[in-house]
Design a protein around this ligand. Structure first.
Ligand SMILES: [Zn+2]
Length: 384
């Protein structure tokens, strides 16, 4: 099986025998209440999903990622993972903390879940961050809008996980997915990123991947972190995928798992980051469709294909273009295999699916499997 990124899986999780005692001790520490995105990041650092990171970035790492797209040691890395306060209390707590102080991290419901040990405080520029990562300072970009709510003082340092967060029943650590791959005898696994319930165009590229001789299995891993307005609810995405996978794929070739982090709509830079994460979960290949991690028209829909020519993260990129159901061909197709005009092509766009749903119209099986359509028709599937 492929090695974790950087060669070693980071695991910073307190022993079960010590965790209860550490949680008690942590109650005496100053407490930070980080923005939920940073709560997810802290957990992922500790489970090794972000290996080789062992903590929130200090200045040298942060600046190296922004200016060179690499960690200081030279490994490609495109998104900074940093801790910056999003409220007055945390700003104050950080301002009085000194290097090597331990702080408790609260999970958003008031429960302490991790300990952060301050190494360094540093100032950064919001505009430089937005420009480097998202290529824009335009606040209509959802992640750029979020940056405006963070303090410009960041705190770097290591994190220790005391308690795993509850993400529903589908979340695994890299150690757990790797153990499953091993048990199943999978050597090469392709990672599939999703953030919507599955439609036939998703299915088509999953099947093309499963047909490859160099791929043993597929890890379908929808991102279910914080929602943005109009997103499907995480439980809906997971239920739809579960119904779909169990109805249409051989269980000995597919694993379904959630990935609770907040979506970064950074186009190519986000896609590279997602590929690194999947490598840590044990994937040797990574699937990249059209406009993955795009939002609005901020990125060229195929820029995410090209970044892998420039930066090698040790996974094989599987690049796919736009696919559709062609009524003339009678099957799913792409421009590579279908000569017919747009008038024969059924769009699987989310906009179209949403429109049919909201009008109470039937969802044709050419664009959605009935098991998925049934779940989406239940109503109350969109978060707010
Ligand atoms: Zn055709």
């Amino acid at each position: 099986m492929i090695e974790p990124y950087g060669g070693k899986l980071v695991e910073r999780i307190a022993d079960e025998s010590h965790a209860a005692k550490l949680i008690d001790e942590a109650k005496e520490l100053p407490v930070l209440h980080p923005f939920i995105d940073q709560v997810y990041d802290a957990e992922k650092i500790c489970t090794g999903a972000y290996s080789p990171l062992e903590g929130f970035m200090c200045r040298e790492e942060f600046e190296s990622v922004l200016s060179n797209e690499r960690l200081p040691g030279g490994l490609p890395w495109t998104l900074p993972v940093f801790l910056a306060p999003s409220n007055r209390e945390d700003e104050h707590t950080i301002s009085v903390a000194r290097p090597s102080d331990s702080l408790a991290l609260s999970d958003g419901t008031g429960k302490i879940f991790a300990i952060f040990t301050l190494e360094e405080k540093f100032e950064y520029s919001r505009d430089a961050l937005a420009k480097s990562v998202y290529g824009t300072t335009d606040r209509s970009h959802p992640n750029v809008a979020d940056i405006a709510n963070l303090s410009t003082t960041a705190a770097g340092g290591k994190v220790l996980l005391l308690r795993r967060l509850d993400h529903g029943g589908f979340e695994y650590t890299p150690r757990e997915t790797r153990a499953h791959f091993e048990k199943m005898g999978w050597h090469s696994v392709a990672g599939y990123q999703a953030r919507n319930p599955p439609h036939t165009a998703h299915e088509y590229i999953q099947r093309l991947t499963l047909e490859r001789e160099d791929v043993d299995a597929l890890l379908i891993q929808p991102i279910i972190g914080r929602l943005k307005k109009g997103d499907y609810r995480p439980d809906v995405i997971m239920r739809a995928y579960n119904a779909f996978v169990s109805s249409y794929y051989p269980g000995e070739r597919v694993m379904l798992a959630s990935l609770s982090i907040t979506m970064r709509y950074a186009g190519p830079k986000a896609v590279l980051f997602y590929a690194i994460i999947r490598r840590n979960y044990g994937c040797s290949h990574y699937i990249i469709g059209r406009d993955q991690a795009g939002v609005g028209s901020f990125y060229d829909p195929y820029a995410a294909h090209r970044i892998f020519d420039r930066l090698d993260v040790g996974v094989v990129p599987l690049r796919y273009g736009e696919t559709f159901f062609c009524r003339k061909c009678g099957v799913m197709a792409s421009r590579k295999v279908c000569p017919h005009g747009d008038e024969f092509h059924e769009s699987t766009s989310q906009t179209r699916i949403r429109k049919l749903l909201s009008e109470g119209k039937p969802l044709p099986s050419e664009i959605l499997r009935p098991e998925v359509a049934d779940i989406l028709r239940e109503g109350d599937v969109i978060g707010d």
